[in-house]
Design a protein around this ligand. Structure first.
Ligand SMILES: O=c1nc2n(C[C@H](O)[C@H](O)[C@H](O)CO)c3cc(O)ccc3cc-2c(=O)[nH]1
Ligand SMILES: C[C@H]1O[C@@H](n2cnc3c(N)ncnc32)[C@H](O)[C@@H]1O
Ligand code: SF4
Length: 295
């Protein structure tokens, strides 16, 4: 019998690429005033074209507006409207718009199946390096997001960004933090182990995370995290399929959202799920589509 690994057939909608943070590794953000908003009409056009396809999840991934900026309220309303539109058109929205207020999160819960925010790392010294110009990456703020999602009972995705200047010990601390949060509320569905990969647009241009280290980290994560949390590896960021197999052997069981473009890493294309399925089958793994909420 083959073992099962899942993925979510997904399409990403980007309300805006404009972001007041400047994470050094980001290939997604645009400066304020250089990108508009995705209109509801355009979104409707995109979603209409996706109806009847295999896509079930709409990932709403956004650049962020400062919490005190004059246009914060209209930015939030726009994200809400996009999620509501996707839901009304029969899709399952999953929003990651960075740091939200408790009230914003509570409202977005009504139009999302699940939501998420990456913890990145709990390491405060990164605020002197890659997160120097990114107030949204203060670890205590991100941790609070996980706690609020727990209080609100929102099925939640989080994860670690690997290779941004953290130590091996830092990674374990971040995993232990997620485990502790989950023990209290039980709402963390999946933890993404996301290797940093340099892209064409970013300032940083650092070396990619050493993939040799990934299977061992998956193994450690499997020991630290409660058994009902699924470990997710984005397959396009692990270009050597043999490493992907090693990650599965170490306990990873999900490949995340797979669509045409990975908006966060546009330089790294996804293999078509049919091709991935064929490849994995050779090694005794059955690739199965799932919804944004695990059964
Ligand atoms: O295809 C992607 N999906 C991303 N997802 C979606 C994820 O792979 C799953 O599709 C959803 O969590 C649904 O289970 C994220 C979700 C989050 O909550 C936080 C960060 C990410 C990051 C990515 C990403 O970089 N690429
Ligand atoms: C949406 C998530 O995408 C991740 N992210 C941002 N930039 C990169 C990159 N160059 N490589 C890999 N992941 C990245 C961060 O973890 C963010 O929280
Ligand atoms: S990673 Fe997110 S918060 Fe950081 S600059 Fe990019 S869009 Fe903004």
């Amino acid at each position: 019998m083959s073992r099962i690994v899942t993925y979510s057939p997904s399409h990403t909608l980007v309300p805006t690429y404009e972001c007041f943070n400047r994470c050094s590794y980001c290939n997604f953000r645009r400066d304020l005033g250089t990108d508009g908003w995705l209109s509801l009409d355009k979104a409707k056009e995109i979603l209409t074209a996706l109806q009847g396809s295999e896509i079930t999840e709409i990932l709403i991934l956004s650049g962020e507006v400062h919490p005190l900026a004059a246009n914060r309220e209209s930015w939030f309303r726009h994200i809400y409207n996009l999620a509501a539109l996707a839901l009304n058109m029969g899709f399952y929205p999953h929003t990651n718009a960075g740091i939200l207020t408790f009230a914003e999160m509570e409202k977005l819960k009504n139009v999302n199946l699940s939501m998420g925010i990456m913890l990145e790392q709990m390491t405060v010294t990164l605020l002197d390096t890659v997160h120097r110009h990114a107030p949204s990456k203060v670890p205590s703020l991100r941790l609070e997001q996980l706690q609020w999602a727990g209080e609100l009972g929102i099925p939640f995705t989080t994860g670690l960004l690997l290779g941004i200047g953290e130590t091996e010990c830092d990674r374990l601390v971040t995993l232990e933090t997620i485990a502790t949060i989950h023990q209290r509320w039980g709402h963390i569905q999946e933890v993404i182990l996301q290797p940093y990969n340099p892209g064409k647009r970013e300032q940083w241009q650092n070396n990619p995370f050493d993939l040799q280290k990934l299977p061992d980290l998956v193994r450690q994560a499997r020991e630290i995290l409660p058994p009902d949390i699924v470990i997710q590896i984005p397959p396009n960021l692990v270009p050597d399929p043999l490493f992907l197999l090693d990650c599965l052997a170490a306990g990873a069981r999900d490949l995340g959202g797979i669509g045409l473009i990975d908006e966060v890493n546009p330089d790294y294309l996804h293999l078509h799920p049919d091709k991935l399925k064929e490849f994995l089958a050779i090694y005794g793994w059955e690739l199965k589509a799932r919804l944004p909420v695990y059964q």
